[in-house]
Design a protein around this ligand. Structure first.
Ligand code: IMP
Ligand code: MG
Length: 178
């Protein structure tokens, strides 16, 4: 697996430190409140698992599965909900947790979709952001790292369902997906 990585972008130690900082900030911002954390599967799973353990206010977990990429490294622009939330979010403080924001199309769609369900508040937390590729305007409330326009894997993020279990975030060698 490791031999397919061109460069490590974010180390395990950097990830742990950033997740702790984000958890602290989120705990402070929501003090006295409860949060419904919505994980966008599968990519956000590992980040989310680490993040919620650094949050000190009560957390209710729910998940959505959306499709945007399929098995290719190119975005299709089409977002499909493959699994919706188990519960209603009306009147709840919703925090969407995403692995990486690229064009922004997935989250713009999800935000629009979830806002129609009348949450009390709705914020976005992403581990990684590729601002160079943004196609829609999107405000991000909590962000781990800005990254360059490269195809990355690890810490939950895949290429064709592989590399999710790498403990760091790295750039995938081009010859693997080209
Ligand atoms: P967006 O709709 O273009 O913002 O795409 C967001 C989704 O595309 C993310 O949740 C990832 O699942 C996937 N994605 C974007 N960039 C990468 C990447 O570099 N590696 C792996 N998946 C990516
Ligand atoms: Mg994703």
């Amino acid at each position: 697996m490791k031999q397919d990585i061109a460069e490590v972008l974010v180390t395990e130690e950097q990830l742990a430190k950033k997740v702790e900082e984000l958890g602290k900030q989120i705990s402070k911002d929501y003090e006295g409140e409860e949060i419904t954390v919505i994980g966008i599967l599968k990519g956000s799973n590992i980040f989310l698992g680490d993040l919620v353990r650094k949050i000190t206010v009560p957390v209710y977990l729910d998940f959505m599965v959306v499709s945007s990429y399929g098995n290719s490294a190119q975005t299709s622009g089409v977002v499909r909900i493959l699994k919706d939330l188990d519960d209603d979010i009306e009147g709840k403080n919703v925090l969407i947790v995403e692995d990486i924001i690229d064009t922004g199309l997935t989250l713009a769609y999800l935000k629009h979709n979830l806002l129609r369900r009348n949450p009390k508040s709705l914020k976005i937390c992403t581990l990684l952001d590729k601002p160079a590729r943004r196609e829609v305007d999107l405000s991000i409330d909590y962000k781990g790292f800005d990254i360059p326009d490269e195809f990355i894997v690890g810490y939950g993020i895949d290429y064709a369902e592989r590399y999710r279990n790498l403990p760091f975030v790295g750039i995938l060698k081009r010859e693997i997906y080209e």
